[in-house]
Design a binder for this molecule. Structure first.
Ligand SMILES: [Zn+2]
Length: 333
């Protein structure tokens, strides 16, 4: 017997109206989630947690991901138990039940891709193509991640990849890195001067002020979980980047993907088959643009609101600790 929220869509799929965002309250169809039968619940939880595209994320991210697509009664409780009992997470994230460090709080409000943070992860065991390093580039504002496997972690290669990202998303005003030799080299400095980029280096005492540090830790965990043969570590780098971009950031209230594109990326295991996002009516293309901009505007307003709240909370903690107010974590500022 169907209750008032249940119905079958045109493909005969049983769906349940369970919107997770205001945007899903409209007639886009996004509020309807595929109802999962009891026998398939564990497979769905594996897809939304243990699949490389999901990257063994924590409880709240896994719940968010699952609720975007699926519905079954008491799903949050089931997912909590599933993630807590995941053997891989227990083995590689032994402290997950402890409260993690506070999320990085930007010291100044930024707009997307104004400030990027870069870091090197490695050296890793030699992989095919002599790959040994992962260059992590992340937008400080939206937490959108790019991962590049490198054979040589030279300043030349790093500059090439920064250029690639800048040409895709726009040129940053500032790049934050640690002060290892590549990031203080002549070639790197010349690139920054030519592109009008301010260099900021984190002091070795405040590595937490570089958001890539947390991404690096997550990437290391994902690599450890999925790489049976260590030389195969580059195999899932794209999937790890996808997992990171499409998981909700608790600090921002949205996924990096929606903050950059105004839409959520379709997951490979979305049973709805058809994307229920904003659809383009060829007779009214301006409506599509308007809706897309509305989604982006609301997401950004929400993000800035949360960032401000976070900032104020941390400022209070700093002041209460009698640290004499906020200090810049960056050298040379
Ligand atoms: Zn897990």
């Amino acid at each position: 017997m169907l209750d008032s929220k249940e119905s079958t869509n045109k493909d005969g799929l049983l769906v349940y109206f369970n919107p997770t965002f205001d945007e899903e309250l409209n007639d886009s169809g996004n509020g309807f989630k595929a109802v999962v039968s009891r026998s398939l619940i564990r497979r769905v939880m594996f897809a939304c947690h243990g699949h490389p595209l999901s990257g063994h994320a924590g409880i709240s991210k896994t719940i968010h991901r699952t609720k975007q697509i699926y519905y079954w009664p008491k799903m949050s409780r089931h997912i909590r138990v599933y993630v807590r009992s995941c053997q891989h997470c227990q083995q590689y994230k032994p402290n997950q039940s402890k409260k993690r460090a506070a999320p990085n709080v930007p010291y100044n409000m930024t707009y997307p891709w104004e400030t990027i943070c870069i870091d090197l992860c490695g050296p890793k065991p030699n992989a095919k193509g002599n790959l040994k390093w992962i260059l992590v580039i992340i937008d400080q504002c939206t937490k959108y991640v790019d991962l590049f496997p490198l054979a040589v972690a030279s300043a030349k290669k790093i500059v090439e990849k920064i250029n690639e990202v800048s040409c895709r998303f726009g040129h940053p005003s500032k790049i934050i890195s640690d002060n290892r030799s590549q990031f203080v080299s002549m070639m790197y400095k010349e690139f920054c001067v030519k592109r009008n980029v301010t260099m900021a280096h984190t002091s070795m005492y405040t590595p937490h002020s570089n958001p890539t540090e947390r991404v690096n830790r997550d990437i290391k965990t994902m690599l450890a979980i999925y790489t049976d043969v260590h030389s195969h570590w580059p195999k899932y780098l794209n999937e790890f980047a996808f997992a990171s971009r499409t998981q909700i950031s608790e600090a921002l209230g949205h996924t990096p993907m929606i903050l950059n594109t105004g839409r959520e990326a379709l997951l490979a295991f979305d049973p709805r088959i058809l994307y229920h996002g904003i659809s383009l009516d060829k007779n009214k293309p301006e409506e599509y643009v308007k809706e897309l901009l509305d989604v982006l505007k609301r997401a950004h307003q929400n993000m800035y609101h949360r960032m401000q709240k976070n900032y104020e909370k941390h400022e209070k903690v700093h002041n209460d600790c009698d640290w004499g107010g906020l200090r810049s974590p960056y050298l040379g500022e």
